[in-house]
Design a protein around this ligand. Sequence first.
Ligand code: MN3
Length: 212
Amino acid sequence: MAFTLPALPYLKESLEPFIDVMTMEIHHGKHHNTYVINLNKAIKNTDADKLSIEDILKNISKYPVVVRNNAGGHYNHSMFWSLLSPNGGGAPNGKLGNEIHSAFNSFEEFKKKFTESASGSFGSGWVWLIKNESGKLEICSTPNQDNPLMDIAEKKGTPLLGLDIWEHAYYLKYQNRRPEYIEAWWNTVNWDEASNRFSQIQQTEQKNVQIK
Ligand code: MN3
């Protein structure tokens, strides 16, 4: 089954002024679409053709680099769009809010650390908030289109939030001013979706415990 480009869950102009419509058009319609096309081409008539994107990522060391780049690109961007919202920003409530508070002392402290990591990462890549393998929340970054689900990742875990720091994500509006893009992005974060992801991880863990 071929992978497909997911439709945006909001209008592409609706994230203005934080993320401009031209960037959304090219980032989603061209960059992400190219990852989807190249992923489908790379896995055609291979075993990966029948797998979920998550199952491909978990065993990514078994695949050629073209699959790594494009499977990562497809997963990362699909997640990225779902974690943006015209009604985004603010801080998370509920369980995720509490967990961030206990891991980083405060939401402000978490935001500061995440921003520092995103501003300071060299070159193209992603910054993540993950639930790591020991069940703790952690900030980490990956180069290129890698992500923390990959078996080759330095820090492994399930991503709750991801920020694209490739220049294609911000250059049309912000040029070299990555810190301004990061500051603007916080206003678009869909914390409800991040909280949903957090609950889903907890439910999966509970099911796994019951099966054992
Ligand atoms: Mn991108």
